[in-house]
Design a protein around this ligand. Sequence first.
Ligand code: SF4
Ligand code: FES
Length: 241
Amino acid sequence: MTPAAPLFLLDGHPVPFKPGETLIEAATRAGRHIPHLCWHPGFAPHGSCRLCMVAIGERQLAACSTAAEAGLEVRLHGEALAAQRRTLLQLLFVEGNHFCPSCERSGACKLQAEACEAGVEGPHFEQLYPDRPVDASHPDVLLDLNRCILCGLCVRASAQHDGKAVFALGGRGLGTQLVVGSASGRLGDTDLAASDLAARICPVGAILPKRRGFAVPIGQRRYDAAPISALPETDDGMPPP
Ligand code: SF4
Ligand code: FES
């Protein structure tokens, strides 16, 4: 007889896990959504967005980098955690230039979907309106750093999946920015292909395929149909061209 999988409790619901799994990996496999932006099932955790914070006793921990243990009582919901999540999301919105109604990714953007899920109704904080470039030099892919949330997913996808080094994160603290790995700093001078995972994995509208922006009409996109918590995790970003 196969021994039963060990369990932890997520808001009182039992979640089975395999040895070595993190809380978010096990919860996702069990069909339970833990909010996240920088985590992706195909890559090691980055731990930067802090949206996946859960409470275990008095401690708050990132579910993407905390190993599951039998008997853990994990809290995801609750007013304090929800308020913290809303604040993190509002800060992401004001730190960049996110104009959802005019963004090609609207309805298929994880930042927008998590904000809706968390009940964010406005920016709350003063908009910083940073001056960031748009790089349209690549024939098939647009890079709009106004929308970059520094999740590092394109960096990991390029290095670990595509075997390239198209993107990197440079600078420190508030000066951290996405850097393009070509001598000119232009995307068009890299070996990025539109079919690369790095070109498709961006959870927001910072890396976009050209000429396909409205192939799926607004109103019929992934998060138009259902809240993010009701949908399975996607594991490979936008479909290849
Ligand atoms: S461009 Fe997109 S995938 Fe890359 S770091 Fe910015 S938000 Fe993340
Ligand atoms: S998903 Fe855990 S810190 Fe971003």
